[in-house]
Write a protein that binds this ligand. Structure first.
Ligand code: SF4
Length: 475
């Protein structure tokens, strides 16, 4: 029977199939942990006298509560003693249980969804979980990857499996040619705006079509990262040569890489496989996007107008954002710019922002911070001189971590401020009490940093290189 990518990976990991009475028991190939959602799980393990079942399939990093500024004396000023305690507790627990950990001394430390792919720990055909919603990022490699709660973190630590009902499958197909200045971030915001924040509930998404086939791994990770914002259980893209080129030579990729690639290729959705639902969009219809409300589904093309508020919730979102239906988001004054997070903090994102900021100055009224997703990216960006571009333009170049995506480390805005952010959630107060967040691509964030107002990146980007004219055959 023809099978989808999701079905194939699911079938490989079912330990006990589901019944009407019981969810399936699913084996977990990789468990990623960080300082926020693991301490309580380790405490439960200790209380019950349990050990970690597969430390070799568990990988730890510190990212959420870590300061992004270093004091002149070299110390790291945590925002609260509790934040420091979280980090110390993770480091102690991981050491106790023999879990590979990327702490302050590791050149691979970084946001959990950035550093694991960089190490090649994230691989096609895996099941991957983490106590963080944006674990869906790893679906870019053709893995079933999803976020779990603290209690489930404990379960997976103890038995390396999880109880789960099989979701339905949804194909999101986008074919065609993307317009100038349209990025993977714009694509996923356009998808969420179309299907809604509940549109993916109960489904595993598979992104299909030439737009995703032509996309880099950095771009695929941006798209899959925000699958959760459409309510989906996970989002996936079939592994192909782009995936293999990215993984080749990384620390944890299989020794017989060619054999692994052959197997991974067999995971692609079979011809004739049926999805429970299919959504079709045209690449030509997608334009650079910005959000205007308080969830990622409240997103519009940057050159269009804010739609009418149909519900009380929509009206209150517009009130919170201090914006009005029928007006444009472009031209709105901004206070801060955040370029970072597990959505958009990889090399491709930093290069895109640097290309716009090179030789420019950030508006005096704007504070801009650029935060690489990992130590690896920071080093690579510095080797390319990108940090100098950001610093010369007037932005801050910070230490890697989640930073202003969530603000757990103290990187937040002031009440009432508007932040244009490359992160994934624009919920009220996520970047600080009373702070207004507008989600956008690194290109849009960088363009807005220069002007001090929300700006269409196409207005500052070099025009596309025209195709060679077809002169036809000589007469
Ligand atoms: S960058 Fe944001 S979404 Fe990503 S792991 Fe950190 S807090 Fe979660």
């Amino acid at each position: 029977m023809a099978k989808t990518l999701f079905d194939k990976v699911w079938d490989r990991h079912v330990v006990i199939p589901e019944t009407p009475e019981h969810p399936a028991t699913l084996y977990i190939g990789l468990h990623l942990i960080h300082e926020v959602t693991s301490p309580q799980a380790f405490s439960v393990l200790k209380e019950r006298g349990l050990s970690v079942r597969r430390p070799d399939r568990t990988l730890a990093t510190i990212d959420h509560s870590t300061p992004t500024l270093i004091s002149p004396d070299g110390s790291r000023p945590y925002v609260t003693p509790q934040a420091e305690r979280q980090v110390e507790t993770l480091l102690t627990n991981a050491k106790t249980h023999g879990i590979e950990t990327h702490g302050w001394d590791s050149p691979h430390r970084g946001i959990v969804h950035v550093m694991s792919p960089e190490l090649g720990a994230t691989q096609p055909g895996m099941t991957i979980v983490c106590g963080d919603s944006h674990t869906s990022t790893h679906g870019a490699f053709g893995a079933i990857a999803f976020g779990i709660g603290t209690t489930q973190v404990g379960h997976v630590l103890a038995n390396q499996s999880i109880l789960m009902r099989k979701p339905k499958t949804m194909a999101i197909e986008i074919n065609g040619t993307l317009g100038h200045g349209v990025t993977p971030k714009d694509i996923i915001l356009a998808i969420i705006a179309k299907i809604g924040i509940g549109g993916g509930t109960g489904y595993a998404l598979e992104y299909r079509g030439n737009v995703f086939e032509d996309m880099s791994m950095d771009g695929r990770m941006t798209v899959c990262n925000m699958s959760i914002e459409a309510g989906a259980r996970c989002g996936m893209i079939a592994p192909d040569q782009t995936t293999f080129d990215y993984l080749k030579g990384r620390k944890y990729t299989p020794k017989d890489f060619n054999a692994a690639c052959k197997d991974w290729l067999s995971l692609q959705t079979d011809k004739g496989a049926k999805f429970d639902k299919t959504v079709i969009m045209a690449a030509e219809d997608i334009r650079p996007m910005v959000t205007y409300g308080t969830h990622p589904g409240m997103a519009i093309a940057i050159d269009s107008l804010i739609p009418p508020a149909d519900t009380a919730a929509d009206k209150s979102a517009l009130d919170y954002m201090q914006v009005t239906s029928g007006t444009a988001m472009s031209g709105t004054k901004i206070n801060r710019v955040f370029i970072g997070s597990c959505t958009n903090s990889r090399m491709e994102d930093l290069r895109a922002a640097a290309n716009i900021l090179r030789g420019q100055s950030i508006a005096q009224s704007v504070t801009a911070i650029v935060v690489a997703g990992s130590e690896t990216i920071k080093a690579e960006a510095e080797a390319e001189g990108l940090h100098e571009v950001f610093l010369k333009a007037g932005a801050q170049w910070r230490e890697p971590g989640c930073s202003m995506c969530l603000g757990m480390n103290g990187d937040i805005g002031a009440p009432g401020e508007l932040i244009i952010s490359t992160s994934n959630r624009n919920f009220a107060g996520r970047q600080g009490p009373g702070v207004r967040t507008v989600l956008a691509s690194p290109e849009t964030a960088a363009a807005s940093a220069i002007t001090g107002i929300i700006t269409d990146p196409r207005s500052v980007m070099a025009p596309p290189i025209p195709c060679k004219p077809n002169l036809g055959s000589p007469a």
